[in-house]
Each structure stands twice: as structure tokens, then as C-alpha cells.
Design a protein around this ligand. Sequence first.
Ligand SMILES: NC(=O)C1=CN([C@@H]2O[C@H](COP(=O)(O)OP(=O)(O)OC[C@H]3O[C@@H](n4cnc5c(N)ncnc54)[C@H](O)[C@@H]3O)[C@@H](O)[C@H]2O)C=CC1
Ligand SMILES: O=C(O)CCC(=O)C(=O)O
Length: 421
Amino acid sequence: MTEVSLLDHALVRLDEAAAHLNIDADVIEKLKYPRETTKVRLMIRMDDGSRKSFIAWRCRYDDTRGPTKGGIRYHPDATEDEVETLAFWMTFKCAVMNLPYGGGKGAVQVDPRQLSKAELERLSRSYVKAFSRIIGPDRDIPAPDVYTNAMIMGWMEDEYSQIVGQSSPAVITGKPIALGGSLGRGDATARGGYYLVRHLASDLGLSDTMRVAIQGFGNAGQYIASLMAADGHKIVAASDSQGAVYSPNGLHVDLLLEAKAQGHSVASTIGQGGHEHLDADKLVGADCDLLVPSALENMIHEGNAGSVKAKLILELANGPITTEADEILAKKGVVVLPDILANAGGVTVSYFEWVQNRQGFYWTLEEIHDRLRTIMEREGRAIWNLSREKGISARTAAYVHALGRLAEAIEAHGTQNFFVS
Ligand SMILES: NC(=O)C1=CN([C@@H]2O[C@H](COP(=O)(O)OP(=O)(O)OC[C@H]3O[C@@H](n4cnc5c(N)ncnc54)[C@H](O)[C@@H]3O)[C@@H](O)[C@H]2O)C=CC1
Ligand SMILES: O=C(O)CCC(=O)C(=O)O
């Protein structure tokens, strides 16, 4: 039996969306395959003098609407299929938000927690050396993703600038502020999702004091916890790769943040402030109003979707719900605010960073927040209304919304050149 790839699963969304639009078959043919995926083996010197090699990829899925854009993930289980799927999602995410970008993504198959800081820097610089002809401010612009961060983006920008012999901050986003990073990029992914939920609160009949469960407590998970708690909502459950905690009266977010800042799991807070042990695989079924998957793909699947008690899911992670689980959730009446909209705040502030780098003029935090909120509300409202008008899920509506824009751009390029660059 042939195994169905993650990309094949993701492409189901494309077919679903196409059924609601009158678009040329050429458009679907173009969007069904990644434009280019480059795989290299990076060889670095370890601190003990030995050499070690790591597989790395960069995929430019589609560049019809502009240079490809998307993060770089460091993860021991990264695969080419995953990178291409994440790049497909970036293509649609950038179109959802009407950003002048196509979609890309990169990864290194590595557990960065096993590397020293110096080894991590050598690995990150070698990634840029290997892909220096693929990335570029007008070609392909990386950013952070799982287990990468501003420090790594800073090393990468520095390496690229050395290679091309000039300062090139716009080659990468999510940089430290001192190297041309944007104010507000740190919490942008969570903040975008938070603005979306706030904007749709009355449409969704949400209460002012929701119980929130958060799966994954990294960049996206920690910031959504802080933003929701500051608004008076209760964070009742949280997990990371090492464990989970629960408190029906609300977890102390400051304790969780402190544990993470010290390099410990959220589970290390068990016993403090009323925090109780929770089996990490039970988090999806935690008693809550809002579930926020903020870890990896396929975490809500056929086997656990039936246990979901939340009425609303905010997908801060990319692809956290399988197609089978989506159907189960729809039957239960659970509303899903889909990844390509819900977590698009990250790439939107990355776009602001790129614009500021190119113009050499920087915006205040207030300007960043205002612009992000305006775009989240505009695109979120359009998708929500489309889903109501057509009687389709918010996910399908988001794909329809994006596909219309992609189709327009593909058709506007004419019929002679299938690829832009
Ligand atoms: N950082 C960004 O700007 C954006 C991130 N995303 C997506 O958000 C998700 C999380 O990314 P970040 O927060 O940036 O990554 P991160 O590396 O900062 O955090 C990932 C978190 O997930 C946890 N985790 C890993 N495996 C887990 C498991 N099996 N169960 C529970 N938790 C687990 C880790 O312990 C960590 O707390 C990913 O799907 C990423 O693609 C989406 C848009 C932008
Ligand atoms: O900030 C960016 O450019 C991309 C972030 C990303 O990788 C994502 O949205 O999944």
C-alpha cells in the first residue's frame, strides 16, 4: 500500500477550495507541486574536534505572488515531505494575508538541544553558506520556526552579509532588534491569533473569561498564554515536549514562563501554585473553552479528536489537525480558526520587518500592533463572512480566499512563463 504523504493530505484543501471557485485547471496544476526543493548535507566541526553531518532542506514552493517566505525549523524528525508541506501552507498563508510573497520553508534534521552554542552557530552559518544562492531579499526570505530563534537569525544574516559583501538585513526576518529586527516580531504569531479571537468573539459567542488549554509552550504558546491571561482568561492546561500541567482554577503563567526561561519543562512547576500533573496526551481533551495547539503537525488526530471538549480551536501551530480529525470536530460543532489565518501574525510582522529594512526607517511598537490588528481583522472578517455565506468551514473559506488571489496572480503572469524566478 502506498503511504499518503503529508503534502498529499494538505493538497486535499486545495481541491476543496477549487470546488468553490471557477478557476483554470492550470492554476491547480501549478499549485500541486513544489517549484524547487534543495537538499544538502551540512558538515560541521563539533567542539571535540570531530565532524558531524546533518541533512538540510530549503523549499521554494511557489513564487507567483513574490519572493518566497517562510521559517527554518531545526528538529530531529524533520523530513523533506514536511518541509514541502510547510512551504505549501506558507504559500496560502501569505496569500490569505495579501502579503507580496510566495511560500517557502527550510529545515535541518537535528536536535539543537544536543548542540553547544558554538556548534549551533557553526550549523546555522553552514546552512546559509549552502543555500546562499537560493535565499536573498528578493528571492527567498527565511525566518524562525520550531527550535530556531532571533539569535540564530542574527548569525544567518551576518553570514549572508559576509558572503555578498554588503549589509543585507532584508534577507532574513525575526532578527535581534540590534541587527534590524522589528519591534513586535517576538509575540507576533500569538498576538495575531489573539486579535483574531478578540475580533470574532461576539460572532463566536465567546465569554469574557474562557478556560484555555495550550499545547506546546514555546514562542507561540508562551505569548498566547500571557496575552489571554492578561485579558482575564484562565490558562487551565499547558504542555511541552516533556510533560503537561493542569489547574482548574488557572495556572500561574509567571511560574510557567520562569520554568521555561530556566530551560525546564512546564511539568517542573507541578506542586507549585496548585499546578497538577496532566498526561501530555490528555491535553487535547482537557476541560476548556478554547484549545490552542502550538506545537507540531498532526497532534489532533482520529484517535483523540473525539475527546475535544473545547468549542473553539485556534491553530497557532501549522497543520496540528489531520483531515480525519477535522471531520470529527466539524460533526461535534467545534469551530476551528485555521493555521493559515490564525498564525499568520508571525509572517505579517516579518513582512513589516522586511519593509522597514528596505526603507531604512523603523516603526514604533504601537504602529506595528495597529497594522497587524488591522490586517488580522480585515482578512479574518472576510474569511469568517465567506464561511457563513457559503456554509463552509473557516478552513475551507481561508483556502478559497487565498486561492482566488493566487489564481489571479498566476493568470496575470500569462501563459508563457510558468515560473517567475
Ligand atoms: N515562531 C513563529 O513565528 C511561528 C510558528 N508557527 C508554528 O507554531 C508552532 C510552534 O512554533 P514555535 O512556538 O515557534 O516553536 P518553539 O520551538 O518556540 O516551541 C515549540 C514548543 O512545542 C513543544 N513541543 C514539541 N513537541 C511537543 C509535543 N509532542 N507535545 C507538546 N509540546 C511539544 C516544545 O517543547 C516547545 O515548547 C509550529 O507549528 C510552528 O510552525 C507558525 C507561525 C509562525
Ligand atoms: O515569519 C516568517 O516569515 C514565517 C513564519 C513561518 O514560518 C510560519 O508562519 O510558519
